[in-house]
Design a protein around this ligand. Structure first.
Ligand SMILES: Nc1ncnc2c1ncn2[C@@H]1O[C@H](COP(=O)(O)OP(=O)(O)OP(=O)(O)O)[C@@H](O)[C@H]1O
Length: 276
């Protein structure tokens, strides 16, 4: 069986998900940058209150897929999307949908902690002000910082610059900023790659707490991290059979199954470290 046929079969065979628990139904048919087909044929359901991990070798399209889930790629002029991403029954790529509103409900945390050059308080309040939040700002800022497990460390220095924090604290500040507007889904693109092991562990523990209230999609290069935090894992690979380098979903399932009993040969080779 060739890689393409194997991928289609394994996706179908490995896993079935209860549609009632799917918060985002992502059917990614083709994603282009200009003429380059970056990702094809990947159905990636994101389940409610679970962490869905995306793993795979460099360049297989993990970040492209993640950024397609809240229309972040729209900011790239050559980006073109075919397929649908349905959030609570609404296709976010429908012409009538405002991408800014999409990002209000589907928030994002990036690889490099990127606090704005402003106070800790203002960093968290930023999105609320943008959305013309009329409620008690202090209360919401505190709530967001508590959700990001940062409150006790910063409560006495809220006027200090966000840039004065350590890398791990900055990343938790970015998580606080993302959750302040109370989104529904959090997209996290390698949120620990710039952090040391202690800060990584703190952010991982935070992710496990956050999934009580949010549905999380997580790109990670770190397979141990996927096994520690992801409920479900999607493994992507690169198809070079047509002369290009096109990413596609090989297999998706419960994390334990993907790592301990992979259905596809490619998944088995990847999780056992035979190729990276
Ligand atoms: N803005 C862009 N313009 C053109 N091509 C891009 C752009 N962003 C990504 N690509 C290409 O799309 C493909 C997938 O990239 P992507 O960053 O999504 O992969 P990835 O699996 O997240 O990689 P990594 O693990 O190295 O971060 C790569 O071939 C990359 O060069």
């Amino acid at each position: 069986m060739n890689a393409t046929a194997e991928a289609v079969t394994s996706q179908a065979a490995a896993w079935s998900v209860d549609p009632q628990k799917v918060v985002m139904d992502c059917r990614l048919e083709k994603i282009f940058y200009g003429d380059f087909l970056a990702v094809r044929d990947s159905n990636v359901p994101i389940e409610q209150n679970k962490i869905t991990g995306f793993i795979g070798p460099s360049g297989c399209g993990k970040s492209t897929v993640l950024r397609s889930l809240n229309r972040m790629n729209d900011l790239i002029p050559v980006f073109r999307f075919e397929g649908s991403v349905t959030y609570h029954g609404q296709d976010i790529y429908d012409k009538s949908i405002d991408p800014v509103l999409v990002r209000r409900y589907i928030g994002m945390v990036f690889q490099q902690p990127n606090p704005f050059s402003m106070s800790i308080y203002d960093n968290v309040a930023f999105g609320l002000r943008l959305n013309r939040f009329k409620g008690d700002m202090d209360e919401r800022v505190e709530k967001a910082l508590r959700s990001a497990a940062l409150w006790t460390e910063v409560k006495d220095k809220l006027k200090n610059s966000g840039l004065s924090l350590s890398g791990g604290q900055q990343q938790r500040l970015c998580i606080a900023r993302a959750v302040a507007t109370e989104p529904d889904v959090l997209l996290m693109d390698e949120p620990c790659s710039a952090l040391d092991p202690i800060a990584t562990r703190q952010v991982e523990e935070l992710m496990l707490e956050l999934k009580e209230n949010y549905s999380v999609a997580l790109v990670t290069h770190n397979m141990q991290q996927a096994t520690r935090v992801a409920d479900t894992t999607a493994f992507f690979s690169v198809d070079i059979s047509q002369g290009g380098r096109t990413g596609y979903l090989v297999e998706m399932g419960e994390t334990r199954q993907v790592f301990d009993d992979p259905q596809a040969k490619l998944t088995k080779e990847y999780v056992s470290g035979e190729f990276s």
